[in-house]
Write a protein of this length. Sequence first.
Length: 249
Amino acid sequence: MTTFDRLLASRDQHGSALWVLLDPDRIDKADLARTTEACVENGADAILFGGSFLISTNFESMIREVKRVAPEIPLVIFPGDTNQISSAADAILFLSMISGRNPELLIGQHAKAAPTIKAMGLEPIATGYILVESRTQTTVEYVSNTKPLPRAKPDIAMAHALAAEYLGMSCVYLDAGSGAGAMVPVDMVKAVSSYINIPVIAGGGIRTPEDAADRAEAGASFVVVGSVLEENDDPALIRSFAEAIHTTA
Ligand code: 1GP
């Protein structure tokens, strides 16, 4: 069974699945084992690992630590650049930033990374990455040098997501960016999810279980939560997110 199949199975089991984002730049290495255990024990379905602006030099050692502590939970790299590749992970979101028109992020970096990913035996999950306007400039918007899609135009997001499906991608990530001032609108998640036949990942700026549940109910297969869990060292909050997102539980 591939990791992607396992992710889909958790979605099928729960209606929608919780992915917790661990950003090596924002998590203290000393807290990593405890945080990872809290994810596993409180219902997270997968761990995303990566950051859009990697300053930490501990990427490899930290991802190995996550795998050592929790070998059973799917560990998926969410790479900000080609330095964020490791054979310790189960899979990597092979992201093409289809909301932008920066050729390096559409195909350039991919050609550089693909041979390394193959050599490592790492499973690539082809993902159409759509950055959605969030009212504040997020790190990903800044470092990618791209313009996000307008938040009030779900039809534009739908067209991009359908193009991702027709290009053979496995899923679409609707992201407002980490710490976004405004989340991807529920009506956009709904419009895109009902329009395409590949799973939708939704994330960016989700701060309450209710907001996460709204996106799960709108059709997101996977809901990503990062910043709010970094700011609140509270395993019960992970549990609340999992229960809210697991719509068929
Ligand atoms: C960012 O969607 C992820 O790419 C998670 O965002 O850190 O705001 O939860 P937050």
